[in-house]
Write a protein that binds this ligand. Structure first.
Ligand SMILES: *Cc1c(COP(=O)(O)O)cnc(C)c1O
Length: 513
């Protein structure tokens, strides 16, 4: 690569460049590759395979500990032995999330709650909502989960709005989002004849919207965010055109935890008769209660007439078991564009509301069990504990001179540094056992606070460890990072395509036995 171009990027993205250097140092073959002008795709693939071998080792810690099954064992193993192995792995993995070293991931995690959800799941583990005749209980659970979540996100909107709300239980936030995007693409074609569909979303919207754009061949027009990391309303206005099938806002967005100006954005869409999706995967079960606790929460739900759908994750702050989310629509007419039917299949009349065919009824039972056992009071109390923890952590980060908070977030807290390499700070935290989220554009780190962090002593320990990490990086400015995040690298254009390939090889490594 041209040294002048390299120098230019080094100037433009100093923090990311130091990470690239760290990675390149660790993988000299890739370094050589990038320096050679004619780096071809096959070469990149071959090289990233080598790179991955080092990483893959960390991914498979059980290889030397337990038998690896590349084919079915000739004779089945004793159940007791299998369960013992499962428990050994559980014990090795539990400490990090249980003791609050992890951003997000496990949102409740109390033993008695987990055991209760497991029991609910176990009772209905054979249920498949695809067979509506065999398990009417599944229909009860899913319909009631949707209704409870819908009411929660339309409080005060009036019976005429609330009684029309509908939705589906899905496998997670990504499925909720993918379904909504497919729905709007099909709706725009059916109602307006749109053949070249486009979506409008802030750059901070979740990667699932990029996924939807790729999967369903919808052009994604990304709009910038302002200095407070909220979508730029003027840019949204300019990006909307005759091909727009949906406008998107987040409440809050994953990277910096701030809520977009959903009111203004949804009004822009409504004025043009274009649907608006609020992604409340992260905020749906927190923001309504934060508002009741007196925190400033902008409008984002069905109280806004322009909002036509909301994604909200029961498996995050809804404290259900992993594997459920809800997609809500303002009315059944919209939802019809989501549903799938086929009437000439030899296998019979077939219909399916979501992407999956067979679905885990046990997970719907567990989600229902979570909602009805926690109740409004429980969610309010959980929100209070998380928000108080967040208030403490924000107050303490502000006191660390080398760090600054990004945006005005409630409980997903992003921080950056003007004087230090924030990825090195994160790496130091990793050495201490933490698993925080590395973000880029701009370089920063975030922690999504959960009930795990509201346990006694956790928030104080986090701040002490963070202070120590900052001091360490400050005292050792030339220390090179060794395992800096790969996504930081992607911000430098010269290597972006290489990084994409490396990420794919990473997934290959995941599936290696
Ligand atoms: C987690 C999240 C998603 C995606 O949810 P998954 O359950 O991981 O598929 C979408 N949007 C936001 C804001 C999220 O935080």
């Amino acid at each position: 690569m041209d040294p002048e171009i390299i120098a230019e990027y080094q100037k433009k993205f100093p923090e990311v460049f130091s990470i690239v250097e760290g990675i390149l140092e660790r993988f000299p073959e890739l370094d050589k590759l990038l320096k050679s002008q004619g780096a071809v795709k096959e070469q990149i693939e071959a090289q990233s395979k080598q790179v991955l071998e080092a990483v893959a080792k960390d991914m498979k810690p059980y290889r030397d500990q337990f038998e690896t099954f590349r084919q079915l064992p000739a004779e089945g193993r004793a159940r007791a032995d299998v369960l013992k192995e499962l428990k050994t792995m559980q014990q090795a993995e539990i400490k990090k999330w249980k003791e609050g070293y992890v951003s997000g991931a496990v949102y409740h995690g109390d033993n008695s709650h987990i055991e209760y959800l497991n029991e609910a799941y176990a009772i209905h583990s054979q249920s498949n909502p695809l067979h509506t005749d065999l398990w009417p209980s599944a229909s009860k659970f899913e319909a009631e989960v949707i209704s409870m979540v819908g009411r929660m996100l339309s409080e005060g909107a009036g019976e005429s709005v609330q009684s029309e709300l509908c939705g589906s239980v899905t496998s997670g936030g990504s499925e909720s989002i993918l379904l909504a995007m497919k729905t709007y693409r099909d709706m725009a074609e059916a109602e307006r004849g749109v053949k070249n569909p486009e979506m409008v979303a802030p750059v901070t919207a979740h990667a699932a919207f990029d996924k939807a754009a790729q999967y369903f061949k919808i052009k994604l027009r990304k709009v910038p965010v302002d200095g407070s990391f909220r979508a730029d309303v003027n840019a949204v206005k300019k990006a909307i055109n005759g091909n727009t099938v949906v406008v998107i806002g987040s409440a809050p967005a994953f990277p910096h935890g701030v809520v977009d100006p959903i009111e203004e954005m949804s009004e822009l869409a409504r004025a043009k008769n274009i649907p608006f999706h609020t992604d409340a995967c992260l905020g749906g079960f927190v923001l309504p209660f934060a508002r009741k606790l007196g925190y400033k929460v902008p409008k984002f739900d069905f109280n806004l007439p322009g909002v036509t759908s909301i994604s909200v994750d029961t498996h995050k702050y809804g404290y259900a078991a992993k594997g459920t989310s809800v997609i809500l629509y303002r009315n059944a007419k919209i939802r019809h564009h989501q549903f799938f039917t086929v009437t000439n299949w030899p296998g019979g009349m077939y219909f399916s509301p979501t992407f999956a065919g067979s679905r885990p009824g046990g997970l719907s039972a567990a989600a229902w069990a979570a909602l009805v056992s926690i109740g409004e009071k429980g969610y309010l109390e959980a929100a209070r504990r998380i928000l108080e923890t967040a208030d403490f952590i924000k107050k303490e980060i502000v006191k660390i001179p080398e760090l600054k908070l990004l945006g005005d977030a409630l409980y997903v807290i992003a921080f950056a540094s003007d004087s230090l390499d924030i990825y090195k700070v994160m790496e130091h935290m990793t050495h201490k056992g933490y698993s925080l989220n590395g973000l880029h554009r701009p370089a920063c780190v975030h922690i999504a606070l959960t009930l795990r962090h509201a346990e006694p002593g956790v928030k104080e320990r986090f701040i002490e460890d963070l202070k120590a990490a900052v001091l360490h990086v400050k005292a050792n400015p030339s220390e090179k990072g060794s395992s800096a995040p790969i996504y930081g690298m992607a911000a430098t254009l010269p290597v972006r395509s290489v990084v994409g390939d490396i990420l794919k090889t990473y997934m290959d490594a995941y599936y290696k036995v």
